[in-house]
Write a protein that binds this ligand. Structure first.
Ligand SMILES: Cc1ncc(COP(=O)(O)O)c(C=O)c1O
Length: 399
């Protein structure tokens, strides 16, 4: 059976993690891995999560199945969190939500849903984008194309080129859009750009698929959802994949949701029936534990307040480290080339250097990042920011 299977080369990020582990230097810095880190280098269990979890475990009487759609109270709270309280689709009962195993589960179910309803469409993904978008969407058989998004060497968005590309997309094609804290670039659209994009989608009849994995990591829960809300208010139909891995720190519990907005209630019901069938055919039921924790936090005002403070603390720490690193870089380089690190959003920015420079930073300075020069700013600490800046400056001047 397995004779035809050749050993695959390991995933890039796993390779980066292995090299970091094997690096014996005490000064080594991990900017590679894609999780939040606190000042002690831990990815903590949030206190609000721990409290909600204890309450749930104390009250739990069964481990029986919940439902293929997951928890109702989770799904309706997520809808409100993502779309807001005044969204037309919620008012008109045109939104349907499926609890999924993480944001990845939502992206995968979304891809299968698109293929079931429109197998010939192309999904346009940003160039660059998060490495998992290609396998998650591509393995459902959909054709993928890249739209220009960011010039890493020039450290700026390629918004005009993005619009030009999408002008040429075929009617009905899907556009995958990062909702905020773009991974890997950290470069987000401003409100005017969101408006221009939404108008183009509407005029060219393209279908928006929004991926929101970092809600609350840029400004706050509402501001970070503004683009999603603008697009989904304007368009008759849309999909939104939502992940609670980062903002609740629930990574391994696999907590996410897929929100589908239909043109009317009947259409939305039909879409939901397909989402349920797809879920059944892939994993049957989503895991419950993390979603139960999330639902409890969303519903309990004290827990929610505690979570919002913890979320703000994570966001502030990353923002502080962005500021610190960009100031150190300005000092050692003598100009504002890397000021963008201080103003971009979320966990990631691209340093904008070649894979060879990334390798030199690793081999000579023990600073580890992915070959595309993506840095996880949560790996920067007050004690290593100057070292990282000096190492970058030294490596660039030697190149
Ligand atoms: C852009 C993006 N989308 C989706 C996800 C989904 O994450 P998860 O499946 O862990 O919820 C991530 C996680 O890193 C991400 O960066």
């Amino acid at each position: 059976m397995f004779q035809q299977l050749k050993q695959l080369s390991p995933d890039t990020i796993l390779g980066v993690m292995a090299k970091f582990r094997a690096d014996p230097a005490a000064s080594k810095v991990d900017l590679g891995v894609g999780v939040y880190r606190d000042l002690s280098g831990n990815t903590p269990v949030l206190a609000s999560v721990r409290r909600a979890e204890q309450e749930i475990l104390a009250a739990q009487t069964t481990k029986s199945y919940v439902a293929a759609a997951g928890r109702e109270e989770f799904n309706s709270a997520v809808e409100e969190l993502v779309l807001g309280t005044a969204h037309a689709a919620r008012r008109d009962l045109r939104a349907r939500t499926l609890q999924t195993p993480g944001g990845c589960g939502a992206l995968r179910v979304g891809a299968e849903l698109i293929r079931a309803s429109s197998p010939g469409v192309t999904v346009h993904i940003s160039d660059p984008t998060w490495g998992n978008h290609t396998p998650l969407l591509g393995s459902s058989g959909l054709r993928l194309e890249r739209y220009p998004y960011y010039d890493a060497a020039a450290h700026r968005l390629r918004f005009d080129a993005m619009l030009e590309h999408l002008e040429r997309a075929a009617q009905g094609d899907v556009v995958l859009i990062h909702a905020c804290c773009h991974n890997p670039t950290g470069a987000d659209l401003d409100p005017a750009q969101w408006r221009a994009l939404a108008q183009l989608l509407q005029r060219r009849r393209l279908f928006p698929f929004l991926d929101m994995a970092y809600q609350g990591f840029a400004v706050d829960l509402d501001a970070d959802a503004a683009g999603v809300r603008f697009v989904t208010e304007l368009m008759p139909e849309a999909l939104v994949a939502s992940s609670f891995s980062k903002n609740l720190g629930l990574y391994r519990e696999r907590v996410g949701a897929l929100i589908a907005i239909g043109e009317n209630r009947d259409r939305a019901d039909a879409v939901m029936s397909h989402m349920l069938q797809i879920a059944r055919s892939i994993y049957s039921m989503p895991p419950d534990h993390g979603a139960a924790i999330a639902a409890r936090i969303f519903a309990d005002p004290t827990l929610k307040q505690e979570w919002l403070l913890e979320l703000a603390a994570m966001r502030t720490r990353i923002g502080d480290m962005r500021g610190l690193l960009s100031r150190h870089l300005r000092e050692v380089i003598g100009d504002g080339t890397f000021d963008f690190i201080g103003t971009q959003h979320g966990m990631f920015s691209l340093l904008g250097v070649s894979p060879e420079t990334v390798a030199r930073l690793r081999d000579q300075h023990h600073i580890h990042m992915t070959p595309d020069s993506r840095m996880n700013l949560a790996g920067i600490m007050p004690h290593n920011a100057a070292y990282v800046a000096e190492s970058i400056a030294g490596t660039l001047s030697a190149a």
